[in-house]
Design a protein around this ligand. Structure first.
Ligand code: PMP
Ligand code: GLN
Length: 388
Protein backbone atom coordinates (compact mmCIF):
# COMPACT_ATOMS: atom_id res chain seq x y z
CA UNK A 1 0.00 0.00 0.00
CA UNK A 2 1.26 3.47 -0.82
CA UNK A 3 2.50 5.46 2.12
CA UNK A 4 -0.31 7.91 2.93
CA UNK A 5 2.11 10.61 4.12
CA UNK A 6 4.01 10.91 0.86
CA UNK A 7 1.54 9.53 -1.71
CA UNK A 8 -0.92 12.34 -1.04
CA UNK A 9 1.59 15.14 -1.23
CA UNK A 10 1.29 17.61 -4.07
CA UNK A 11 4.30 18.35 -6.27
CA UNK A 12 6.13 21.32 -4.73
CA UNK A 13 5.05 24.76 -5.85
CA UNK A 14 8.64 25.44 -7.06
CA UNK A 15 8.53 22.51 -9.48
CA UNK A 16 4.97 23.35 -10.49
CA UNK A 17 5.76 26.97 -11.33
CA UNK A 18 9.10 26.22 -13.05
CA UNK A 19 7.34 23.46 -15.02
CA UNK A 20 4.68 25.94 -16.18
CA UNK A 21 7.36 28.52 -17.04
CA UNK A 22 9.21 25.93 -19.17
CA UNK A 23 6.02 24.70 -20.83
CA UNK A 24 4.65 28.18 -21.56
CA UNK A 25 7.97 29.89 -22.32
CA UNK A 26 7.33 32.33 -19.45
CA UNK A 27 9.87 34.46 -17.61
CA UNK A 28 10.62 32.62 -14.37
CA UNK A 29 10.63 34.83 -11.27
CA UNK A 30 9.36 31.85 -9.23
CA UNK A 31 11.85 29.21 -8.07
CA UNK A 32 14.94 30.74 -6.50
CA UNK A 33 18.01 30.42 -8.69
CA UNK A 34 20.32 32.90 -10.42
CA UNK A 35 20.23 33.04 -14.20
CA UNK A 36 23.99 33.49 -14.51
CA UNK A 37 26.27 30.44 -14.51
CA UNK A 38 27.95 31.14 -11.14
CA UNK A 39 31.56 32.00 -10.24
CA UNK A 40 33.92 30.99 -13.05
CA UNK A 41 36.86 30.12 -10.78
CA UNK A 42 34.76 27.73 -8.73
CA UNK A 43 33.37 26.00 -11.81
CA UNK A 44 36.92 25.67 -13.16
CA UNK A 45 38.01 24.03 -9.88
CA UNK A 46 35.10 21.59 -10.10
CA UNK A 47 35.97 20.73 -13.71
CA UNK A 48 39.61 20.21 -12.72
CA UNK A 49 38.54 17.95 -9.87
CA UNK A 50 36.38 15.86 -12.21
CA UNK A 51 39.24 15.41 -14.67
CA UNK A 52 42.24 15.12 -12.39
CA UNK A 53 40.82 14.65 -8.89
CA UNK A 54 39.47 11.80 -6.88
CA UNK A 55 36.15 10.46 -8.18
CA UNK A 56 35.52 7.47 -5.90
CA UNK A 57 33.60 7.40 -2.63
CA UNK A 58 34.88 10.14 -0.37
CA UNK A 59 34.72 9.79 3.45
CA UNK A 60 31.16 9.54 4.77
CA UNK A 61 31.31 12.81 6.75
CA UNK A 62 32.81 14.75 3.83
CA UNK A 63 36.33 15.36 2.55
CA UNK A 64 38.58 16.76 5.31
CA UNK A 65 39.49 19.85 3.22
CA UNK A 66 35.83 20.85 3.01
CA UNK A 67 35.04 20.15 6.66
CA UNK A 68 38.03 22.27 7.65
CA UNK A 69 37.06 24.98 5.19
CA UNK A 70 33.49 25.10 6.59
CA UNK A 71 34.78 25.43 10.16
CA UNK A 72 37.27 28.10 9.01
CA UNK A 73 34.60 30.04 7.11
CA UNK A 74 32.25 30.13 10.09
CA UNK A 75 35.10 31.12 12.40
CA UNK A 76 36.00 34.08 10.14
CA UNK A 77 32.51 35.23 9.21
CA UNK A 78 30.39 34.39 12.29
CA UNK A 79 32.93 33.96 15.12
CA UNK A 80 31.98 30.28 15.62
CA UNK A 81 34.40 27.63 16.91
CA UNK A 82 33.46 24.32 15.28
CA UNK A 83 35.88 21.40 15.54
CA UNK A 84 35.80 20.11 11.96
CA UNK A 85 36.53 16.52 13.05
CA UNK A 86 33.62 16.10 15.45
CA UNK A 87 31.20 18.89 14.55
CA UNK A 88 30.98 19.22 10.74
CA UNK A 89 29.22 16.85 8.30
CA UNK A 90 28.90 17.41 4.56
CA UNK A 91 25.50 16.50 3.05
CA UNK A 92 23.91 16.49 -0.39
CA UNK A 93 22.38 19.92 -0.03
CA UNK A 94 20.60 21.47 2.91
CA UNK A 95 17.61 19.30 2.03
CA UNK A 96 19.48 16.14 2.95
CA UNK A 97 20.80 17.86 6.07
CA UNK A 98 17.24 18.61 7.14
CA UNK A 99 16.12 15.04 6.46
CA UNK A 100 19.08 13.61 8.38
CA UNK A 101 18.49 15.96 11.33
CA UNK A 102 14.81 15.07 11.59
CA UNK A 103 15.43 11.32 11.17
CA UNK A 104 18.16 11.41 13.79
CA UNK A 105 16.63 13.69 16.39
CA UNK A 106 12.84 13.31 16.27
CA UNK A 107 11.35 10.47 18.31
CA UNK A 108 7.85 9.30 17.36
CA UNK A 109 5.31 11.58 19.04
CA UNK A 110 7.72 14.45 19.65
CA UNK A 111 6.33 17.85 18.88
CA UNK A 112 8.40 19.95 16.48
CA UNK A 113 7.63 23.66 16.38
CA UNK A 114 7.61 25.12 12.87
CA UNK A 115 7.04 28.75 12.00
CA UNK A 116 4.90 29.48 8.94
CA UNK A 117 5.78 30.52 6.28
CA UNK A 118 7.62 27.16 6.31
CA UNK A 119 9.95 25.87 3.61
CA UNK A 120 8.20 23.04 1.77
CA UNK A 121 10.42 20.17 2.93
CA UNK A 122 9.94 20.64 6.69
CA UNK A 123 6.48 19.26 7.37
CA UNK A 124 6.57 16.08 5.25
CA UNK A 125 10.00 15.16 6.60
CA UNK A 126 9.05 15.84 10.22
CA UNK A 127 5.90 13.72 9.88
CA UNK A 128 7.78 10.91 8.15
CA UNK A 129 10.21 10.90 11.07
CA UNK A 130 7.24 10.42 13.43
CA UNK A 131 7.13 14.01 14.65
CA UNK A 132 4.03 16.11 15.20
CA UNK A 133 4.40 19.63 13.79
CA UNK A 134 3.31 22.46 16.07
CA UNK A 135 2.54 25.27 13.64
CA UNK A 136 2.96 28.92 14.52
CA UNK A 137 2.10 31.60 11.97
CA UNK A 138 4.18 34.69 11.35
CA UNK A 139 2.42 37.58 9.67
CA UNK A 140 3.41 40.04 6.97
CA UNK A 141 4.69 42.66 6.58
CA UNK A 142 7.31 42.12 9.33
CA UNK A 143 7.07 38.37 10.01
CA UNK A 144 8.58 38.91 13.47
CA UNK A 145 9.14 36.25 16.15
CA UNK A 146 7.32 38.29 18.78
CA UNK A 147 6.50 37.18 22.33
CA UNK A 148 3.22 35.59 21.27
CA UNK A 149 4.81 33.60 18.42
CA UNK A 150 7.61 32.26 20.61
CA UNK A 151 5.22 31.41 23.45
CA UNK A 152 2.95 29.56 21.01
CA UNK A 153 5.87 27.44 19.78
CA UNK A 154 6.38 25.58 23.04
CA UNK A 155 4.21 23.06 24.85
CA UNK A 156 5.02 20.17 27.18
CA UNK A 157 5.86 17.82 24.27
CA UNK A 158 7.92 20.26 22.16
CA UNK A 159 11.40 18.76 21.73
CA UNK A 160 12.59 20.61 18.65
CA UNK A 161 12.04 23.94 16.96
CA UNK A 162 12.85 24.70 13.33
CA UNK A 163 14.09 28.19 12.52
CA UNK A 164 14.71 29.45 9.00
CA UNK A 165 16.75 32.66 9.14
CA UNK A 166 17.11 34.63 6.85
CA UNK A 167 13.51 33.69 6.09
CA UNK A 168 12.46 32.30 2.70
CA UNK A 169 9.98 33.57 1.41
CA UNK A 170 9.74 36.64 3.69
CA UNK A 171 13.16 38.12 2.85
CA UNK A 172 13.50 38.95 6.55
CA UNK A 173 16.73 38.75 8.56
CA UNK A 174 15.52 38.35 12.13
CA UNK A 175 16.69 41.01 14.59
CA UNK A 176 18.78 40.05 17.63
CA UNK A 177 15.83 40.67 19.92
CA UNK A 178 13.78 37.90 18.25
CA UNK A 179 16.69 35.45 18.27
CA UNK A 180 17.31 36.14 21.95
CA UNK A 181 13.64 35.53 22.71
CA UNK A 182 13.72 32.20 20.88
CA UNK A 183 17.03 31.15 22.47
CA UNK A 184 15.68 31.84 25.96
CA UNK A 185 12.62 29.72 25.20
CA UNK A 186 14.74 26.84 23.80
CA UNK A 187 16.81 26.80 26.98
CA UNK A 188 13.77 27.08 29.26
CA UNK A 189 12.04 24.20 27.44
CA UNK A 190 15.17 22.10 26.91
CA UNK A 191 14.52 22.05 23.15
CA UNK A 192 16.87 21.50 20.22
CA UNK A 193 16.89 24.13 17.46
CA UNK A 194 17.25 23.06 13.84
CA UNK A 195 18.52 26.22 12.13
CA UNK A 196 18.15 26.37 8.39
CA UNK A 197 20.58 29.18 7.60
CA UNK A 198 21.06 28.50 3.88
CA UNK A 199 20.62 32.21 3.11
CA UNK A 200 23.21 33.37 5.69
CA UNK A 201 25.50 34.94 3.05
CA UNK A 202 22.70 36.44 0.99
CA UNK A 203 22.10 39.35 3.35
CA UNK A 204 22.00 43.00 2.33
CA UNK A 205 23.66 45.77 4.39
CA UNK A 206 22.79 47.12 6.88
CA UNK A 207 21.07 43.82 7.82
CA UNK A 208 23.42 41.33 9.47
CA UNK A 209 22.96 37.59 9.97
CA UNK A 210 23.46 36.28 13.46
CA UNK A 211 23.49 32.49 13.96
CA UNK A 212 21.19 31.23 16.73
CA UNK A 213 23.93 28.81 17.84
CA UNK A 214 26.01 31.81 19.05
CA UNK A 215 23.38 32.85 21.60
CA UNK A 216 23.69 31.99 25.29
CA UNK A 217 22.78 28.38 26.06
CA UNK A 218 22.46 27.38 22.37
CA UNK A 219 25.91 25.95 21.49
CA UNK A 220 25.08 22.39 22.60
CA UNK A 221 21.45 22.38 21.47
CA UNK A 222 21.57 23.86 17.95
CA UNK A 223 21.99 22.19 14.58
CA UNK A 224 23.23 24.75 12.06
CA UNK A 225 22.54 23.95 8.40
CA UNK A 226 24.20 25.72 5.44
CA UNK A 227 24.29 25.29 1.66
CA UNK A 228 27.07 26.00 -0.83
CA UNK A 229 24.34 26.24 -3.46
CA UNK A 230 23.14 29.49 -1.92
CA UNK A 231 26.55 30.75 -0.83
CA UNK A 232 27.94 30.58 -4.35
CA UNK A 233 24.82 30.88 -6.48
CA UNK A 234 25.19 27.29 -7.74
CA UNK A 235 21.85 25.92 -6.62
CA UNK A 236 22.13 22.67 -8.57
CA UNK A 237 25.32 21.59 -6.83
CA UNK A 238 23.54 20.37 -3.69
CA UNK A 239 26.49 20.53 -1.33
CA UNK A 240 25.30 21.28 2.20
CA UNK A 241 26.79 21.24 5.68
CA UNK A 242 25.56 20.46 9.17
CA UNK A 243 27.43 21.87 12.16
CA UNK A 244 26.51 20.83 15.69
CA UNK A 245 27.98 19.66 18.98
CA UNK A 246 29.56 16.16 18.78
CA UNK A 247 26.60 14.26 20.27
CA UNK A 248 24.16 15.81 17.77
CA UNK A 249 26.63 15.45 14.89
CA UNK A 250 27.15 11.78 15.73
CA UNK A 251 23.43 11.02 15.46
CA UNK A 252 22.94 13.09 12.29
CA UNK A 253 25.93 11.46 10.58
CA UNK A 254 24.34 8.05 11.23
CA UNK A 255 21.19 9.16 9.39
CA UNK A 256 23.27 10.72 6.59
CA UNK A 257 25.16 7.45 6.04
CA UNK A 258 21.91 5.75 5.03
CA UNK A 259 20.41 8.62 3.08
CA UNK A 260 23.18 9.41 0.60
CA UNK A 261 26.32 8.24 2.45
CA UNK A 262 28.40 10.84 0.57
CA UNK A 263 28.27 13.85 -1.73
CA UNK A 264 30.21 14.11 -5.04
CA UNK A 265 33.88 14.54 -4.08
CA UNK A 266 34.74 16.85 -6.97
CA UNK A 267 32.05 19.36 -5.99
CA UNK A 268 33.17 19.10 -2.38
CA UNK A 269 36.75 19.91 -3.45
CA UNK A 270 35.58 22.95 -5.43
CA UNK A 271 33.48 24.25 -2.52
CA UNK A 272 36.42 23.76 -0.15
CA UNK A 273 38.55 25.87 -2.46
CA UNK A 274 35.77 28.45 -2.77
CA UNK A 275 35.31 28.85 0.98
CA UNK A 276 39.04 29.38 1.46
CA UNK A 277 39.48 31.80 -1.48
CA UNK A 278 36.29 33.76 -1.93
CA UNK A 279 36.24 36.61 0.56
CA UNK A 280 35.73 38.99 -2.40
CA UNK A 281 32.77 36.98 -3.59
CA UNK A 282 31.04 37.30 -0.21
CA UNK A 283 31.50 41.09 -0.52
CA UNK A 284 30.40 41.54 -4.11
CA UNK A 285 27.64 38.91 -4.40
CA UNK A 286 25.26 40.55 -1.87
CA UNK A 287 25.98 44.01 -3.33
CA UNK A 288 25.14 42.83 -6.85
CA UNK A 289 22.00 41.12 -5.62
CA UNK A 290 20.95 44.23 -3.68
CA UNK A 291 21.20 46.17 -6.96
CA UNK A 292 18.92 43.62 -8.62
CA UNK A 293 16.52 43.81 -5.69
CA UNK A 294 16.44 47.60 -6.03
CA UNK A 295 15.91 47.44 -9.78
CA UNK A 296 12.94 45.11 -9.38
CA UNK A 297 11.57 47.16 -6.45
CA UNK A 298 11.85 50.42 -8.41
CA UNK A 299 10.24 48.96 -11.52
CA UNK A 300 7.36 47.48 -9.55
CA UNK A 301 6.87 50.64 -7.51
CA UNK A 302 6.72 52.73 -10.71
CA UNK A 303 3.98 50.41 -11.93
CA UNK A 304 2.02 50.93 -8.69
CA UNK A 305 2.81 47.63 -6.94
CA UNK A 306 3.26 47.68 -3.15
CA UNK A 307 6.64 46.03 -2.44
CA UNK A 308 7.62 44.70 1.00
CA UNK A 309 11.23 45.29 2.06
CA UNK A 310 13.75 42.48 1.48
CA UNK A 311 16.83 42.26 3.72
CA UNK A 312 18.13 38.94 2.43
CA UNK A 313 17.51 35.86 0.17
CA UNK A 314 16.87 36.07 -3.59
CA UNK A 315 13.30 37.19 -2.94
CA UNK A 316 11.04 40.16 -2.45
CA UNK A 317 7.29 40.13 -1.94
CA UNK A 318 4.42 42.19 -3.22
CA UNK A 319 1.26 42.88 -1.28
CA UNK A 320 -1.51 42.09 -3.76
CA UNK A 321 -4.48 44.01 -2.27
CA UNK A 322 -2.26 47.06 -1.69
CA UNK A 323 -1.26 46.75 -5.36
CA UNK A 324 -4.89 46.87 -6.48
CA UNK A 325 -5.26 43.10 -6.99
CA UNK A 326 -8.18 41.39 -5.31
CA UNK A 327 -7.44 37.86 -6.57
CA UNK A 328 -5.85 35.45 -4.10
CA UNK A 329 -2.12 34.84 -4.49
CA UNK A 330 -2.42 31.44 -6.16
CA UNK A 331 -5.13 32.55 -8.58
CA UNK A 332 -3.06 35.61 -9.51
CA UNK A 333 0.15 33.57 -9.90
CA UNK A 334 -1.64 31.15 -12.25
CA UNK A 335 -3.17 33.99 -14.24
CA UNK A 336 0.23 35.73 -14.48
CA UNK A 337 2.03 32.66 -15.80
CA UNK A 338 -0.72 31.50 -18.18
CA UNK A 339 -1.91 34.84 -19.52
CA UNK A 340 0.99 37.27 -19.06
CA UNK A 341 4.03 34.95 -19.30
CA UNK A 342 5.62 35.49 -15.87
CA UNK A 343 6.03 32.87 -13.15
CA UNK A 344 6.03 33.73 -9.43
CA UNK A 345 5.41 31.91 -6.14
CA UNK A 346 2.22 32.34 -4.07
CA UNK A 347 3.25 32.66 -0.43
CA UNK A 348 0.18 30.71 0.73
CA UNK A 349 2.10 27.59 -0.40
CA UNK A 350 4.32 28.05 2.67
CA UNK A 351 1.34 27.79 5.06
CA UNK A 352 -0.51 24.61 5.95
CA UNK A 353 -2.98 26.34 8.27
CA UNK A 354 -4.50 29.85 8.15
CA UNK A 355 -2.69 30.72 4.93
CA UNK A 356 -1.70 34.28 4.13
CA UNK A 357 -3.16 34.61 0.61
CA UNK A 358 -2.29 38.22 -0.16
CA UNK A 359 1.44 38.00 -0.85
CA UNK A 360 3.33 37.03 -4.00
CA UNK A 361 7.05 36.12 -3.94
CA UNK A 362 9.35 37.20 -6.77
CA UNK A 363 12.94 36.11 -7.38
CA UNK A 364 15.31 38.94 -8.34
CA UNK A 365 18.58 37.01 -8.92
CA UNK A 366 18.16 37.62 -12.65
CA UNK A 367 19.57 39.78 -15.46
CA UNK A 368 18.30 43.37 -15.61
CA UNK A 369 16.45 42.77 -18.88
CA UNK A 370 14.62 39.79 -17.34
CA UNK A 371 13.60 41.84 -14.31
CA UNK A 372 12.37 44.72 -16.49
CA UNK A 373 10.35 42.40 -18.71
CA UNK A 374 9.03 40.66 -15.57
CA UNK A 375 7.71 43.99 -14.27
CA UNK A 376 5.98 44.73 -17.58
CA UNK A 377 4.36 41.29 -17.58
CA UNK A 378 3.23 41.56 -13.96
CA UNK A 379 1.63 44.91 -14.77
CA UNK A 380 -0.16 43.23 -17.67
CA UNK A 381 -1.30 40.40 -15.38
CA UNK A 382 -2.75 42.98 -13.01
CA UNK A 383 -4.62 44.69 -15.89
CA UNK A 384 -6.02 41.32 -16.90
CA UNK A 385 -7.02 40.58 -13.29
CA UNK A 386 -8.83 43.93 -13.09
CA UNK A 387 -10.79 43.08 -16.22
CA UNK A 388 -11.79 39.80 -14.52
N1 PMP B 1 16.01 25.65 3.05
C1 PMP B 1 15.61 26.79 2.49
C2 PMP B 1 14.98 27.84 3.34
C3 PMP B 1 15.78 26.99 1.12
O1 PMP B 1 15.36 28.13 0.58
C4 PMP B 1 16.37 25.97 0.35
C5 PMP B 1 16.54 26.06 -1.13
N2 PMP B 1 16.45 27.26 -1.65
C6 PMP B 1 16.79 24.80 0.98
C7 PMP B 1 16.59 24.66 2.32
C8 PMP B 1 17.42 23.66 0.22
O2 PMP B 1 18.77 23.87 -0.02
P1 PMP B 1 19.61 22.85 -0.94
O3 PMP B 1 19.33 23.22 -2.35
O4 PMP B 1 21.02 23.06 -0.52
O5 PMP B 1 19.12 21.47 -0.63
N1 GLN C 1 14.62 27.10 -2.34
C1 GLN C 1 14.12 27.33 -3.67
C2 GLN C 1 13.05 28.40 -3.60
O1 GLN C 1 12.58 28.75 -2.54
C3 GLN C 1 13.51 26.11 -4.26
C4 GLN C 1 14.28 24.85 -4.12
C5 GLN C 1 13.47 23.71 -4.67
O2 GLN C 1 12.83 23.84 -5.67
N2 GLN C 1 13.48 22.63 -3.96
O3 GLN C 1 12.66 28.87 -4.62
Amino acid sequence: MADPVFANLPTTVFEEMSGLARELGAINLGQGFPDDPGPQALRAKAAEAVLDGYNQYPPMAGIPELREAVAGHYARTQGLDFDWRSEVTVTSGATEALAAAFLALVEPGDEVAVFQPAYDAYLPLIRRAGGVPRLVSLKPPHWRLDEAAVAAAFGPKTRLVVLNNPINPAGVVLPDEDLERLARACVANDAIAICDEVWEQVVFAPARHRPLIALPGMRQRTVKIGSAGKMFGLTGWKVGFVCAAPALTGAIAKAHQFLTFTTPPNLQAAVAWGLANSDDWFETMPKDLARSRDRLTDGLTREGFAVLPSQGTYFLNIDLPASGISLGDRAFALKAVHEAGVASIPVSAFYETDPVTTILRLCFSKADATLDEGVARLARARDLALKG
